[in-house]
Design a protein around this ligand. Structure first.
Ligand code: PLP
Length: 457
């Protein structure tokens, strides 16, 4: 018999209690947190969908590896396992371990960047952009046009616009630091990139003689989409698809907190020896010796195992289908969403959900607070709170979209948790007319979404 029901392909060996609360308690907690979910305590949160980064559950095999971790300063057995796992996956000879993704970014883009340099990506993730701009270089995003329309259906909305890439490489000849393909495209809604697009980007980069880097945080999730959506790929294994994509690139940066299936870690992988040597010098200064970077031996052990487990076809099927499951449930309820649903998160279009709340009253923040009040669900506003700026007259220059992200941690929540989230949205939809916006009463100059205080209107 072939079953319709896709079960979690694991059983639970160790549990962490969730503290349940009442709506009245949550109203008080929201007030104390100044209506900013970053200021809530995790013990009060029922379902935490703030991020999928470092929030996953490790397997019994990974936990066993934690005990096996070799904490030697140099030449650790765990390092050799991790190095081999990364070399085997990426086909890249030189591997530099780092404490997380942004440390690898700082090393490589610090080296390739500098004033006057230009970096081009399908969409730079915010830490990538920050590390590039910090060197004085410019970061340019060129997603395909289809990727910028929330409701439009397209199989690979994460793709880079190769026509524009070719023009930009001519225009900035001699000044290009690197071209970076982010798979899946996190800031672009967790949307996948096709192998054909990666091939196009690679050949243009070769022709112009510029380095092509993969930001491979979610390379396994991306491989699922390639196998299921790209013509001719249906019989190619996920790991093989990932290998083919790596084969096109000169280097890769990974936050292992995503598809590395660990709570902390990352790496930089490179083909070119001279470039690797320059980066290794920076690694030793800021992260640690070459055989541990910023990591404990036990962390490296867990990464080596995580990189194997993430390509398990049953895991990937469950992972992508369970994210889609939430998205489709919300779609049936009439919740306006970014579609198709990406790999790691569901994005809600708060502007369309609350058309009566203008961007300067932060409709995304209103939804984030409603989800917490009604269900104890923590989510993140990705709109004018995060990206809005002020014009000279003090008025808000809103972000392009007012989104709320529900990111799904790996192997943490079960189907009933997700059904609880969907049920909370039934009430969100019923009461949508009554919801009011917010104003900011206190904010720092940079990255205000982390610490700003709000007041209901
Ligand atoms: C998370 C992430 C990073 C940064 O990694 P950290 O481990 O958080 O430093 C870079 N790029 C993408 C696409 C990411 O999702």
């Amino acid at each position: 018999m072939k079953h319709r029901t896709i079960i979690e392909p694991f059983r639970i060996k160790s549990v962490e209690p969730i503290g349940l609360s009442t709506e009245a308690e949550r109203i008080g907690q929201l007030k104390e947190a100044h209506y900013n979910p970053f200021l809530l305590q995790s013990k009060d949160v029922i379902i935490d969908l703030m991020t999928d980064s470092g929030t996953g559950a490790m397997s019994a095999h990974q936990w066993a590896g934690i005990m096996e971790g070799d904490e030697a300063y140099a030449g650790s057995r765990s390092w050799i396992r991790m190095e081999q796992a990364v070399q085997d996956l990426t086909g890249m000879q030189h591997v530099l371990p780092t404490h997380q993704g942004r440390a690898a970014e700082r090393i490589i883009y610090g080296h390739l960047g500098g004033p006057g340099k230009v970096f081009i990506s399908n969409t730079h993730f915010d830490t990538t952009r920050a590390n590039i701009e910090f060197t004085g270089a410019t970061a340019i995003d060129i997603p395909i046009a289809e990727g910028q329309d929330p409701a439009l259906q397209h199989p690979f909305k994460g793709n880079m616009d190769v026509g524009v890439l070719d023009q930009l490489l001519k225009q900035h000849k001699g000044h290009v630091g690197a071209v970076i393909l982010t798979v899946t495209n996190n800031s672009g809604g967790g949307q996948p990139v096709s192998l054909a697009n990666a091939e196009g980007v690679s050949s243009i980069c070769r022709r112009h003689g510029v380095p092509f880097m993969l930001d491979c945080c979610r390379i396994a999730e991306n491989s699922w989409f390639v196998q299921h959506r790209e013509a001719g790929m249906e019989h190619t294994a996920y790991r093989e698809i990932a290998r083919r994509m790596f084969a096109l690139a000169d280097g890769a940066v990974m936050s292992a907190k995503k598809d590395g299936m660990v709570n902390m870690g990352g790496f930089l992988a490179l083909r070119d020896q001279a470039l690797a040597e320059a980066c290794t010098n920076l690694l030793i200064i800021t992260e640690g010796f070459t055989t541990y970077g910023g990591l404990s031996g036990r962390d490296m052990e867990a990464i080596a195992t995580g990189l194997e487990e993430v390509f398990d076809p049953h895991y990937l099927e469950y992972r992508i289908r369970s994210t889609t499951f939430l998205g489709e449930k919300l779609h049936e309820l009439g919740v306006p969403l970014m579609r198709p649903i990406g790999g790691h998160a569901v994005y809600i279009d708060a502007k369309a959900l609350y058309p009566h709340i203008p961007p300067h009253e932060y409709p995304g923040q209103a939804l984030v607070c409603e989800l917490y009040r009604l269900g104890g669900i923590r989510s993140v506003e990705i709109g004018s709170v995060m990206f809005g700026t002020y014009a000279e007259d003090g008025s808000l220059r809103p972000a392009r979209m007012e989104l709320v992200r529900l990111a799904i941690p790996r192997r943490v929540y079960t189907q009933s948790h997700i059904e609880y989230v969907a049920e909370t949205f039934e009430e969100v939809m019923r009461t949508r007319q009554e919801v009011r916006g917010f104003r900011i009463v206190k904010e720092p100059r940079f990255l205000r979404h982390f610490t700003a205080h709000f007041e209901g209107l």
